[in-house]
Design a protein around this ligand. Structure first.
Ligand code: COA
Length: 158
């Protein structure tokens, strides 16, 4: 049985750490899933909080997730990716939970007291993954970057 390697999740703060998040996304979304590189990086990147999951003590990057605060006050989860060789170790789950913690801290600091809303656009094969955290499908499926997606929304109590 494979052993879960020691790891940590950090907010990517340096240029190098942010680039490591980008490199994981390129490996997963562009090289593996064949999405064009031109659509991988967008206007949300410069203002996003990028979380990086890396092995310790080697600091090898293996996963990432991105959080943006939308003008409507909700939070947007996007670009969740774990390198293929490191899947099924609950790294994806840990990244989502870390993003929830970041969103809660931000919402509390902004004076929110009851709950916050997190929205993601799920690729269809991953809907079951988000479902495990309580994300609910909202509206019809739609095309994003040439691939069908489903809007999923979570109401997260503070
Ligand atoms: C989606 C992804 C991040 C999941 O990461 P992972 O580390 O392999 O997932 P985890 O091990 O944390 O899985 C957590 C739980 O979700 C389940 N799960 C994982 N992928 C799933 C899927 N596609 N559908 C339904 N359930 C899934 C796991 O079985 C596990 O269940 P458990 O808690 O009962 O054991 C990873 O598969 C990935 O990077 N895929 C390619 C990129 C991608 O599709 N990103 C999402 C874009 S919307």
């Amino acid at each position: 049985m494979a052993v879960i390697q020691a790891h940590e999740i950090v907010v990517a703060r340096t240029e190098g750490e942010i680039q490591q998040c980008y490199d994981v996304r390129i490996a997963v979304f562009h090289v593996e899933q064949k999405f064009p590189l031109e659509t991988e990086f967008d206007d949300f990147d410069p203002t996003a909080t990028h979380l990086l999951l890396r092995l310790t003590p080697s600091l090898t990057p293996v996963g990432t997730i991105r959080m943006n605060k939308a003008p409507g006050g909700y939070y947007k989860l996007s670009r969740l990716a774990v390198l293929k060789d490191y899947r099924s170790f609950h790294f994806g789950r840990e990244l989502v939970l870390a993003l929830h913690d970041c969103a809660k801290s931000d919402a509390s600091a902004a004076g929110t007291t009851e709950y916050l809303e997190i929205v993601c656009h799920s690729q269809l094969p991953v809907k079951g993954f988000y479902d495990k955290f309580g994300y609910q499908p909202e509206g019809a499926e739609f095309d994003e970057d040439g691939d069908p997606h489903q809007k999923m929304v979570l109401r997260l109590p503070l």
